[in-house]
Write a protein that binds this ligand. Structure first.
Ligand code: SAH
Length: 273
């Protein structure tokens, strides 16, 4: 059956690993919160890890998949304390690998989508350390499915762009035009910049009632989907008081949710929908 097949896969994988005594780093995408959204490859890597370096957005239930002997090291932001710098994380990863450890670097979502996975991989290359990158479901993909907002939809949206709200000088003119011609825009880390996003997009000619959704704690039991329109984006984010993590999805596709939600089977499991 499926379970024994998976076990077999995992056993085969750990045999491979025993033959490899050198340090090795897996940069692993942990997906958006829900452990069921991990890839099988990510699960295998986590189960074979000796040390796990993990970020703030990684669900603790995912760490529990590791062997009881594995060490967990938190390298995310700390409340009220300066967070560990990127350089320190790279140094730590390099030094653990040089000690011959099997290191899993667990990152929320996908390592190569606003995750600095590329920088960490470059640090490993610089020190000639063997590594792999295992993809994860990025927040936009997980949240769109879980909130029933298709990112593209025939006749509604033909392309989708993922952007970070942290960039102060965004391409607002270009985004407005693209959205008017049927594009979906997803902002990561955009909530604190809501006021600027709203003003700049309306200033670049996007309609005030352009559809917007904010998805908070996506793919977790606390997930909430707030549907609004562009001229109310900032007011809504003030009400949300900086809740994190949150994703902003903009586009006509947001309106599809109302129909898609009607017969969704697991609707009662989607708490907060
Ligand atoms: N590498 C990650 C993104 C890291 S940046 C990925 O691929 O998903 C962190 C931002 O991602 C957050 O500020 C938020 O905008 C978004 N995010 C991550 N997880 C999320 C979740 N479960 N729900 C909503 N947004 C999320």
């Amino acid at each position: 059956d499926q379970a024994s097949k998976l076990n077999q896969l995992l056993e085969d994988h750990s045999l491979d690993l025993d033959a490899n005594h050198k340090g090795f780093v897996s940069i692993v995408g942990a997906g958006p919160h829900d452990p069921d959204l991990l890839t099988v490859k990510a699960v295998k890597a986590i189960m074979s890890a000796e040390v796990l370096l993990y970020d703030r957005l990684v669900n603790k239930d995912i760490l529990e998949l590791a062997s009881p002997q594995a060490d967990w090291i938190y390298v995310g932001k700390r409340c009220g304390q300066p967070s560990i710098g990127q350089e320190e994380i790279c140094d730590l990863m390099v030094s653990l690998a040089q000690q011959g450890k099997r290191v899993v670097r667990l990152k929320g979502g996908d390592p190569f989508v606003f995750g600095r996975g590329g920088e960490e991989a470059l640090a490993l290359v610089k020190h000639s350390i063997a590594y792999e990158v295992i993809p994860g479901i990025t927040a936009a993909i997980g949240c769109s499915a879980n909130s029933l907002i298709p990112l593209t939809h025939r006749g509604v949206a033909r392309s989708v762009t993922f952007v970070t709200g942290q960039v102060v000088t965004g391409a607002f003119e270009a985004w407005s035009q693209l959205m008017q011609s049927g594009q979906t825009l997803v902002f990561y880390m955009g909530l604190e910049k809501s006021s600027q996003i709203q003003t700049s997009l309306i200033g670049s000619g996007l309609r005030e009632d352009f559809p917007v959704a904010i998805i908070t704690h996506g793919c977790s039991p606390q997930q909430q989907v707030h549907v609004t329109q562009l001229n109310q984006l900032n007011d809504l984010s003030i009400t949300l008081k900086g809740v994190s993590p949150a994703l902003i999805v903009m586009g006509e596709v947001v309106k599809l949710r109302e129909q898609l939600i009607e017969t969704v089977q697991s609707v009662t499991e989607y708490e907060g929908i």
